[in-house]
Design a protein around this ligand. Structure first.
Ligand code: LAN
Length: 730
């Protein structure tokens, strides 16, 4: 591909719908909140020139120069950062596409359609282009994520999305997609979320949707299954879903949705027994089969509770309370919402409750585009409203590991990055933290922007480390933008994040039993009902606390030490017998292994004094490929076993190098071979090409982190040079 962009899944350009003029797209960023605009005139284009970053995002020629050939690790790291720094956005952060999941655009497009919101031509064209480009090259379907096999969920949702945006049912690509969909059994074999969205659209009937009773939100807090105990993403999706479900709101039938009934469902629509199809699901979609218990609960809800027992005042009260919670979520995030699933659903809830002219619905409509992103294939929907804080915090640390924080050429770049982190620290609690079940957040960082405003354990940690790295830099070259009290606020948040196990989860300590997984009704995802301990998140917190201690040793010293030692016990206990750790947010063992070994290094455990570190190193050394690199596929995440990738991956190779360096692994030659591979894959202008997808969530869905191909090679090269010197490797 061009410009570090992945090979398109489909390169058959003749079949693409239409094209916009890529030179007219601009990314507007307001304190990190991104909106892509399509400029209408040459005049406007002249006033607002296209930036290098915008060109790079869309796979256009950036014109960035060839750099002096790198022979040593530090030269390679600097070339990499030189290129990467050209992609920094004016607010000081880095942006990127954050695609992968293939179930997000349809929710947005269905929401636009049923609320009769006009879709700009430019957007409709590029969304269609993206979806066509991501169609499975052999069977014409779509999977749960861009690398996945075709499923009912992916195929039925994206097919619908294309039709709503004007794609023709006779288009050969659509015909092929339909064949695959029918082979998989059609829409009635879809998972819960597909059945829900298609019922909203009026293509299926609500009887096919497993019950989402809003009255669950009326349960007292002590009840073990009360929604406040669920993983935040599940409860925040369930919230508007239960509202819409309870209202049984669906779009009136029209010609297009009548046609969709015939296209998506092989059976004659009029004769379908929808109730009987609530639990039919294709094997491709059934990653987490529903338990017997859950099916029994659904049966009781659908046949007894809702039709016969539930008093109507209770339905009313539940809807009112759910609406109150939705409105608080909207208020607290300034309509950005927690994520790309509840965003469109909250929009629809506001439309249903308050109508098309309400300020609330209108504000949603103007905020939703913050999820959209342009790449070389077209327009996608990001998995969050961006990766701003996360990538920026890592970029600072990688630059530091490569000695670039002392390089006067990069001080302005990094100072800007620091000011971005300062701006993005969450300043205060929400207005009703207890009633909305929010975790303490004052002083924390989230993953994307402070407007979204959800504290994450590891994002707070990386943010804090990024700030400390620069503010305590021995050169004194960086201003103190975040005063000590605010650093202490961040520590206070981190200290709330530990589970009794010693481990840390993502947004909150775990609030419910893992047995809640018996009620996991989404079918397509695993481990979603509650928070779990993650070696990645735990390590980020441990290393942040560790770093902070040397900066402000008196602050909550005993709390911090106790936290660290419990966390380290968790890291030790979660190692598998083969020496590895399972990763939940990056693929997979390579990702978690790097974190775990960083934790252990923090505790003074290295190859020469720790059997478990030796086991971890050999787990990796045994898997080094002939070219010096490492590669595992996303199947590792699904299966829980190492699945070898046929090709080594730059990002994963960098993770393993970091792991081995943290461990002080004595096989330095293995590390050098890996670094040579990383250096050979670097292009003359300093960049690396996009390879396989890097990230994951919920075991089954992959997600892209395109900036990792800069951040981690730079970090690995820099760490090596610091330990073993900067001799030429090439
Ligand atoms: C993310 C992205 C970042 C990620 C890390 C910080 C890397 C991780 O260490 C902690 C968890 C977190 C914050 C995370 C949680 C789940 C997210 C938000 C995502 C993987 C990005 C997309 C995903 C979200 C759930 C997607 C919407 C899908 C649903 C099933 C609701």
């Amino acid at each position: 591909g061009v410009n570090g962009v992945a090979k398109p899944r489909n390169s058959d350009r003749s079949l693409r719908a239409d094209k916009t003029d890529r030179t007219r797209w601009r990314l507007h960023s307001d304190r990190g909140c991104h909106i892509w605009h399509y400029l209408q005139s040459d005049e406007e284009c002249k006033k607002w020139p296209q930036s290098t970053a915008e060109k790079w995002y869309m796979g256009m020629d950036t014109g960035l120069p060839e750099l002096p050939r790198a022979r040593t690790p530090l030269q390679a790291a600097e070339n990499g950062f030189n290129f990467f720094s050209k992609l920094q956005l004016p607010s000081g952060h880095w942006g990127c596409e954050y695609g992968g999941p293939m179930f997000l655009l349809p929710g947005l497009v269905i929401t636009w359609y049923v609320t009769e919101t006009p879709v700009p031509e430019s957007h409709a064209i590029e969304i269609k282009n993206y979806l066509f480009a991501r169609q499975h090259p052999v069977d014409g379907g779509w999977g749960l994520h861009i690398e996945g096999e075709s499923s009912v969920f992916g195929t039925v949702m994206n097919y619908t999305c294309l039709r709503l945006l004007g794609a023709d049912a006779d288009n050969p690509r659509m015909v092929k997609a339909r064949e695959t969909l029918w082979k998989l059994g059609g829409a009635l074999n879809g998972p819960h979320w597909a059945k829900f969205w298609l019922s909203v659209l009026g293509v299926l009937h609500y009887d096919v949707v497993n019950p989402c009773p809003p009255e669950l939100w009326l349960l007292p807090d002590w009840v073990p299954i009360a929604p406040w105990r669920w993983w935040i993403h599940m409860r925040q999706v369930f919230l508007p879903m239960s509202y819409i479900y309870s209202r049984r709101w669906s779009y009136p039938l029209n010609d297009l949705t009548r046609q969709l009934r015939a296209e998506l469902v092989p059976e004659t629509w009029e004769t379908i027994n929808f109730d009987a199809r609530r639990n039919t699901i294709a094997p491709t979609d059934n990653y987490h089969p529903k338990t017997l218990l859950l099916r029994l609960v659904f049966w009781l809800l659908a046949w007894i509770w809702i039709p016969l027992l539930r008093p109507s005042w209770m339905k009313q009260r539940a809807e009112d309370h759910v609406w109150w919670l939705i409105n608080e979520e909207d208020h607290n995030t300034d309509y950005a919402n927690l994520g790309p699933v509840n965003g469109p659903m909250n929009t629809l809830a506001a439309y249903i409750r308050l109508g098309p002219d309400s300020k609330e619905f209108r504000t949603h409509l103007s905020t939703l585009p913050e999820f959209l992103w342009m790449n070389h294939e077209g327009m996608m929907m990001n998995g969050t409203n961006g990766v701003q804080v996360w990538d920026t915090a890592f970029a600072i640390q990688a630059a530091h590991d490569a000695g670039l924080t002392s390089n006067s050429k990069y001080i302005p770049v990094l100072t800007k990055a620091l000011s971005f982190l300062e701006d993005q620290q969450i300043p205060a609690e929400v207005r009703h933290p207890n009633e909305t079940y929010r975790q303490q957040r004052k002083g924390s960082w989230g993953f994307s922007t402070q407007k979204q405003g959800y504290a994450v354990s590891d994002c707070t940690s990386e943010g804090l480390k990024g700030v400390l790295t620069l503010q305590t830099h021995p050169s004194g070259a960086y201003p103190t933008l975040v005063p000590q009290q605010r650093l202490r606020d961040a520590i206070d948040v981190l200290l709330t994040m530990q589970n009794p196990s010693g481990g840390c989860a993502s947004y909150e300590p775990t609030r419910g039993s893992t047995k809640l997984e018996w009620l996991n009704a989404a079918e397509v995802f695993g481990n979603i009902m509650v928070e779990y301990d993650y070696p990645e998140c735990t390590t980020a917190v441990v290393t942040a606390l560790h770093m902070y201690q040397s900066h402000d040793p008196s602050y909550r010293a005993s709390d911090i030490s106790a936290f660290k030692s419990r966390a380290l016990d968790y890291i030790r206990a979660s190692q598998r017998p083969d020496g590895s750790w399972y990763g939940s947010w990056g693929i997979c063992f390579t990702y978690a292994g790097w974190f775990a070994l960083e934790s252990l290094a923090c505790a003074g455990e290295f190859y020469d004094n720790s059997a478990r570190v030796r086991r971890a190193c050999h787990f990796f050394l045994d898997k080094q490929m002939d070219d010096g690199g490492w590669g595992e596929t996303y199947k590792s995440c699904e299966t829980g076993r190492w699945c070898q990738h046929p090709e080594s991956q730059v990002v994963q190779t960098a993770w393993v190098v970091i792991a081995l360096l943290e461990a002080k692994c004595p096989d330095v030659e293995a590390i050098r071979r890996a670094l040579r591979l990383i250096m050979q894959r670097q292009r003359g202008n300093g960049e690396w090409a996009q390879e396989g997808i890097e990230g994951v969530f919920n075991k089954s869905c992959m997600i892209s982190y395109p900036n990792y191909k800069f951040i981690f090679p730079i970090k690995a090269l820099g760490m090596y040079a610091r330990m073993y010197g900067d001799e030429a490797l090439l």
